[in-house]
Write a protein that binds this ligand. Sequence first.
Ligand SMILES: Cc1ncc(COP(=O)(O)O)c(C=O)c1O
Length: 392
Amino acid sequence: MFARRTGWNLAPNRYSRAVEEARRDARPLLDLTASNPTTIGLQYESERILRALQHPNALQYDPASKGILPARQAVAGYYAERGVDVSPESVVLTVSTSEAYSYCFRLLCDPGDEVLVPSPSYPLFDFLADLQDVKLVPYELVYDHGWQIEFESLRRRITPRSRAIMVVHPNNPTGHFTRQWELDRLNALCREHELALVADEVFLDYALDPSEVPLSFVANQQALTFTLSGLSKISALPQIKAAWIIASGPAALLADALARLEVIADTYLSPNAPVQWAVAELLATRHAIQRQLGERVSRNLAELDAQLKHSSMVSRLALDAGWYAVLRTPSSRSDEEIAIAILQQERVLVHPGHFFDFPDAGYLVVSLITLEDEFREGMRRVLRALDDAGNC
Ligand SMILES: Cc1ncc(COP(=O)(O)O)c(C=O)c1O
């Protein structure tokens, strides 16, 4: 009855069974995996957001394949504020970054073609690729005082079926930016093997050091590049469902890519009118919300570092940006066993590293956007569990 591509094994794993069980227990859980910004006590400009969704033009059906021009101009304006010139003609609106990925996969890949993806990284990619009949091929990121692409691993994994290299900038959950030297080498590989770049920049605005202005892939002209972002992280509004693709690259390739992308977008006409008419105003709410998130992340990180000074077993990896911290823990047990033990003994939820495809045991991921009191107490308990286990 069903397509093979949906034959996923959806049986809960040991960790998700333990989480279900813990949630059935009435005692409170401390959640250090919080990733939904609408549930962590931020002060949104609620009236402004709701008013933005009532634009009178939204009563008219006026289909525009790449999205309405004022919304695409607002997206271009967002990049202009970062000092990058983007033409509204190279912007394609989608409902989510996930949908933007689907458009890129549809544009670039025939069934069975390959896309190179960083590992460790964000886990949703597997399902997205399965749904488009694309095969994901991981390439390694390595850590040595900071993360970087392991170019030998990347080069070895390129095959005649490779179509694109994906980059998450900054990466989730490692929180590192791609550097200019890495972009130069990515461009060289793309030119040599006729590959496109797909860059996910949803966390671009969340540099820990506010004076750091990271590069943006939207300015990349050296290879055909699709840069993905959206309001779910930029304005902390995942429920609004507004995102985009910006295409850039060598002129002839770019024109062809945009023409094809426009047909894909026209086939779905996905984003709804009220949201499109609200994009400019919703983007403008980002400053206040990013300030709050930036303060939250800095305070939680300072708290984490203060607590780690007293831990003999746990350290944290360096990060440049984003909403998560990676903890290095003893690797005598699997990270799943450690996360389950923390959950059962201490009633604290943390992500086991394997959720993000860390190559070996000994990594946990915690969310830095968690409410501060919950983070402080949660980390205290996590370190107690890990230090006690390590000292036994
Ligand atoms: C790196 C990365 N890309 C994309 C997304 C999904 O974004 P959207 O809500 O726009 O689909 C997430 C969500 O957490 C993410 O972490």
